[in-house]
Design a protein around this ligand. Sequence first.
Ligand code: ATP
Ligand code: BTN
Length: 326
Amino acid sequence: MKAEILKRLREAGGYVSGQELCESLGVSRTAVWKCIRQLEDEGYVIEAVRNRGYRLEDSGDVLSEQELGKLLSTRWLGKNLAVFDEVDSTNNEARRMAEKGAVEGTVILAARQTAGKGRRGRSWESPRGTGIWMSFLLRPEFEPAHASMLTLTAAMAVAKGIRRATGLDCQIKWPNDIVINGKKLCGILTEMSTEDNQIRYVVVGIGINVNITEFPEEISGTATSLLLESGQPVRRAILVDHVLSAWEEYYAEFLKTLDFQNLREEYNACLVNVGRQVKILSPQGAWTGVSLGIDREGQLLVEKPDGSMETVVSGEVSVRGVYGYV
Ligand code: ATP
Ligand code: BTN
């Protein structure tokens, strides 16, 4: 019924009375109103005027299966697509779908997450309609040891997608964040299910702050959005397409060698703090050194003050600038 109401609003080009919708669809006013609310949650802007009815405005930022399906220019990623109004976490939803046999390349998006999550059980702020809260499902045949590099391919795709969609240059904060002007714009959470040292599936979750104008106080000093950085609202569906298309290309390159041999140079060119002092926070303690970029296994090379080289493996480690988050 939602699709039918949308169709009628589109065809009318002007106001359609609520009464007319109820009668022609044989449903109550409340049912029509609920559909209008759902359409608004997807990003449609609908004006409601007493005695005239509903009118669809030309809205730029719709993220629905229908709109995205039309727009996606990927070869295989997202051919199976699910867009939810609300889920706990798109990563959790992807895992549930994976357990039920969803195909490789399934993409899940939600207008809002009620329990968006970051690494190590941290929470991820995911307000309605203003971000890209997205996960995709992979069933790769390589060994689990290679999977951490998927986070790095996703980071490259986000950086390229943002550049293509907005012209903004952002940087990667190894291993799983995208930053711009020293603030966090995007986080990536890769989760894997294995059995007998074989991958059952991997879920790559990407959260991009797109049109958010205000953050909770705890993160307002470190978080930012594309709208805050550029002053321009960004159409999420277009950005989703750019990110997924770029990721397909990086993934194809990664699969050739199962490491970062061919991608390392481009990755390091996007990496924040190369050649600068960074602080490594590990469960064993904190230390500082100069970041030299990643090696072909995707590990961060850091030169210690005594001149020795340390390879930092992602996982339990956080990297910070010496004076703050970046
Ligand atoms: P690390 O370097 O270990 O990745 P991090 O602080 O970036 O450290 P993550 O687990 O990667 O930690 O990300 C989760 C953190 O990101 C949360 O604890 C919170 O501080 C912050 N955060 C939560 N929601 C958002 C958001 N929408 N945008 C930016 N930052 C957020
Ligand atoms: C981080 O910075 O620690 C990672 C944040 C990852 C957030 C995204 S939003 C889509 C997907 N669903 C989640 O619950 N988390 C990821």
